[in-house]
Unconditional design. Sequence first.
Length: 72
Amino acid sequence: MASRPEELIVMFEELAERLNIKLVQDKGDFSGGSCLVREENFIVVNKRKPLEQRLKVLAREFGKINLADVYL
């Protein structure tokens, strides 16, 4: 199991790709979250935030998804 934050980010990126979720990392006045735009799922993360905070956003948003059939 990955223990470094950098490894966790990569794992979340791979998971997003496998689930056909667009992972957007951008700058702005927001903390992050998920949305559906024209039938496409997105998770948006503020890349100006500390890595740990970005990981919390990703964990929260992926926690809302049923991953029972996904091999991690």
